[in-house]
Design a protein. Structure first.
Length: 112
C-alpha cells in the first residue's frame, strides 16, 4: 500500500487550506481566541462600500496572542463546537503590548 506525499513527510506544506489575517478581539478563553476579519463589501445596486466582518474562533496552543494583535489564521479540522481555525503566526503586536514593552525597559534602565 503506497503512502501519499503528505503522509511521508510530516512537515510537508499544507495545501488547500484557507488563510486569513484578522485582529484578536478576545483572549479571555484558555487556548482560544476570537478573531475578527474585516472586509469591504460593495452594495449590489448602489456600489457604495460598507464594512463587513467575519468572526472566527481560533486555537492558540501557547496563549501567546492577546487583544489587538494582528494574526494569521489557517483553516483546520473542527477542534470544538466553534473552533475551526488555528493561529499560525502573529503578524503584528497590538498597540497596548508594543507600548507596554517600551515602558518596562525604560523603568528598568532608570532603576539600574
Amino acid at each position: 500500500m503506497s503512502q501519499t506525499p503528505s503522509q511521508n513527510a510530516p512537515n510537508a506544506e499544507r495545501t488547500g487550506r484557507k488563510t486569513e489575517i484578522g485582529v484578536v478581539t478576545s483572549d479571555k478563553m484558555n487556548k482560544s481566541r476570537r478573531v475578527e476579519i474585516s472586509r469591504l463589501v460593495p452594495h449590489p445596486k448602489y456600489g457604495k462600500y460598507t464594512r463587513g466582518r467575519t468572526v472566527c474562533y481560533a486555537h492558540d496552543e501557547t496563549n501567546e496572542s492577546h487583544v489587538g494583535d494582528t494574526v494569521e489564521i489557517m483553516e483546520t479540522r473542527p477542534i470544538s463546537k466553534l473552533k475551526r481555525w488555528r493561529i499560525t503566526r502573529i503578524v503584528r503586536l497590538g498597540s497596548q503590548r508594543a507600548l507596554g514593552g517600551e515602558g518596562e525597559s525604560a523603568v528598568r534602565d532608570a532603576t539600574s
